[in-house]
Design a protein around this ligand. Structure first.
Ligand SMILES: C[S@@+](CC[C@H](N)C(=O)[O-])C[C@H]1O[C@@H](n2cnc3c(N)ncnc32)[C@H](O)[C@@H]1O
Length: 241
């Protein structure tokens, strides 16, 4: 794994910037509003558990491939399992639903991750996944380019599972695939959250010179457009084969 998820700090810095969103319903609340019901729900790549400010009233099984994320999840009271989304240590057909938020593009072969999610869902079970699309946070990548930052985080690059190909990738293995866009724009009144976000996209600490060059590029209100989408799908009867 890259340095990105060896600790929770870089992910937390990025989640923090989304507080400046102008949509009155924050992203994680909006995602939860879209989850169908289920008694036993798997979450892959659950990260710091930002989707869950409280314990849900169903059995949630959060997982992540990063030891640091699993520790953060356990500190929040979840029985987290450390595993990769493309090799799940769960029996076929053992979940009613599965959540994969902003993580399928990290799996080496997203189609294999999707197949594994399909395997562990019962027939008719649901999958909710999210990702980004063209133009997402473009203003930030422009700032990073002007400051000459050596970006290493894939969200700044072409994602393997993105808004533009996610429906096709899911429809190859799931039924009733639907995509809905989360309308939002960030308006950030101070420089530091933007600096922290962009610094988090580099797989090492920035040098003092790099930080100065970055700060010089962040002046006044920063308006950032977003292109985040949520996908819902139903597991086909006869799955797990
Ligand atoms: C962008 S974060 C998203 C975290 C969380 N889902 C959220 O929306 O806040 C991606 C997460 O996927 C995890 N991850 C990366 N590759 C993975 C894999 N192959 N299997 C499971 N988790 C993975 C990372 O450790 C990280 O916690």
């Amino acid at each position: 794994m890259s340095l990105q998820y060896r600790t929770t700090g870089k992910l937390s810095a990025r989640i923090e910037l989304h507080r400046y969103g102008t949509n009155p319903t924050p992203w994680h609340d909006w995602v939860r509003d879209h989850l169908p019901s289920g008694r036993r729900v798997l979450e892959v790549g659950a990260g710091t558990g930002a989707l869950w400010p409280y314990q849900p009233d169903f059995q949630l099984v959060p997982t992540d491939s990063s030891a640091a994320m699993c520790t953060a999840l356990r500190d929040k009271g979840f029985a987290a399992a450390r595993c990769s989304a493309d090799a799940l240590p769960f029996p076929t057909g053992s979940f009613d639903g599965a959540v994969a938020c902003h993580m399928l593009y990290h799996v080496d072969d997203p189609a294999r991750g999707i197949a594994e999610l399909r395997r562990v869902l019962r027939p008719g079970g649901w999958l909710v996944a999210s990702t980004n699309g063209d133009g997402h946070m473009a203003q930030l990548w422009e700032i990073a380019a002007r400051a000459g930052l050596p970006m290493s985080f894939p969200e700044a690059m072409n994602l393997s599972f993105r808004a533009e190909n996610a429906v096709e990738l899911l429809a190859a293995q799931f039924d009733d695939v639907e995509l809905v866009r989360y309308e939002d724009e960030l308006v950030v009144p101070t420089a530091e959250p933007v600096v922290a976000y962009l610094a988090s996209c580099v797989d090492r600490d920035l040098t003092d010179e790099e930080l100065s060059a970055l700060r010089a590029e962040v002046t006044g209100d920063v308006r950032v457009s977003k292109h985040a989408v949520l996908l819902t799908a139903r597991s086909r009867p006869g799955n797990g084969s």
